[in-house]
Design a protein around this ligand. Sequence first.
Ligand SMILES: NC(=O)c1ccc[n+]([C@@H]2O[C@H](COP(=O)([O-])OP(=O)(O)OC[C@H]3O[C@@H](n4cnc5c(N)ncnc54)[C@H](OP(=O)(O)O)[C@@H]3O)[C@@H](O)[C@H]2O)c1
Length: 290
Amino acid sequence: MRILLIGKNGQLGWELNRTLLTLGELTAVDYPQLDLANLESMRSLIREFKPGIIVNAAAYTNVDTAESEPELARKINALAPGVMVEEARKLNAALIHYSTDYVFDGTKSGPYVETDTPNPINVYGATKLAGERAVQQIGGSYLIFRTSWVYSLRQGGFVTKVLQWAREQETLRIVDDQIGSPTWARMLAEATSHVIAQGRDEAVEYIKEKAGLYHLAGGGSCSRYEWAKTILELDPKKEEQVVKELLPVKSSEFPSPAVRPANTGLDCGIAKEQFHFYIAKWDITYRYAS
Ligand SMILES: NC(=O)c1ccc[n+]([C@@H]2O[C@H](COP(=O)([O-])OP(=O)(O)OC[C@H]3O[C@@H](n4cnc5c(N)ncnc54)[C@H](OP(=O)(O)O)[C@@H]3O)[C@@H](O)[C@H]2O)c1
């Protein structure tokens, strides 16, 4: 089976580029080899490559700059997945795509389930929701994994920022009024590969039987402050830290172009049951990641 991985250099894509390797003939691409904003060149690439499975780990993920580049974010997050699923359907192939907890407004008191009504409060969330809907509308053999607070220890994101700040600043102020489910990129990549492996030679049919949108994130939830505390505690090079205190603060102290939802923990019960996943609590997973 031919697998086309789009977005191989991102946090998730980098891991997928390794976990997918044993499952088929893998070709992995990223910007600028493939520009998702150029919908027709993406269409041509898919037609030329004729994959059995497309895994799309690429997205416009900068939540703040999306506010001033809504059109570009819409092309990459909403229109491109629509073209992918359209082409996948024509080829009798499957699409595995990822979405975000930021489709929710964050006002629910407990974790969100798949049937909760999305109500994005920023451009990024709105464009990702439009991407989900584009994929669902065309349908066929597809999976959308809605995830939350994706991290990797090797690049970008919250973990590497906290570790860097801890080496530069004596006082760290981290918000305690944003709650989410930290998700290790490798765990997400392993879970994706597990799904493909379960389908074996009939993976496209298997995905079609299971087609739909599922929450898939680290178990439980925490605030950014609690997460930062764990990151500092488990830092393997703690002796490099200069930080002396970690203070909980409110999001209003850090005005940013995009508003962030307050509580976006995800309930992953349906994915666990459907795909026989074991999902460890976020802090246990973080221990393994670090
Ligand atoms: N990060 C999170 O906290 C989080 C939370 C919830 C859901 N998600 C979702 O999870 C998925 C993976 O996220 P991630 O954290 O791994 O993202 P990431 O690290 O930001 O990687 C995104 C990848 O997409 C590529 N890309 C951006 N614009 C492109 C374009 N025009 N054409 C082709 N490729 C392009 C990027 O390439 P360049 O680096 O060259 O731009 C990068 O390799 C995404 O669907 C995201 O929406 C992420």
